[in-house]
Write a protein that binds this ligand. Sequence first.
Ligand code: QAP
Ligand code: CO
Length: 168
Amino acid sequence: MALLPILEFPDTRLRTVAKPVTVFDDALAQLAKDMLETMYAAPGIGLAASQVNHHIRMLVLDLSEDQSAPQILINPQIEKVSAETKTYDEGCLSVPGFYETVERTDVIRVTAQDLQGKPFTLEADGLLSVCIQHEVDHLDGKLFVDYLSSLKRNRIKTKLEKLHRANA
Ligand code: QAP
Ligand code: CO
């Protein structure tokens, strides 16, 4: 059991493109466990390995109210099912205190592997779809603030930098 430190915007390590997972061992299972614990403690509903400075393609999420439905997605691949888009007020554990509207594909199909390396597919819409797209963006070094105007993004950057200096 371990709480992992979460990288915060504008930390450039969040821009790292994560590498595919090739070894499904105990260390991977332990990292997934620690990521879930870190996410629950925050509290949050989704966390990508990139956010805890592990640059491998794994993410965890749990949309339940009572931490009863943890999901682990390894090497996720997203396929857009609908051309339709929806907006959602997104936040991020790496951008604490800021929420902004982001537009994304509504329905997606996701192929991923579990901790044993076994492939599975799921279809998602609504919050699950938003969450998976947001977390897979992290694995590609992308953040939700990248979808905002540069004015909004820079305001957030300046405020967080100020907070980080005050906490240093
Ligand atoms: C990503 O986000 C997400 O600012 C997961 O102060 C966002 O868990 C998926 C959090 C929107 C779907 C929709 C954010 C916690 C948690 C904060 C999170 C904060 C404390 C964010
Ligand atoms: Co995030």
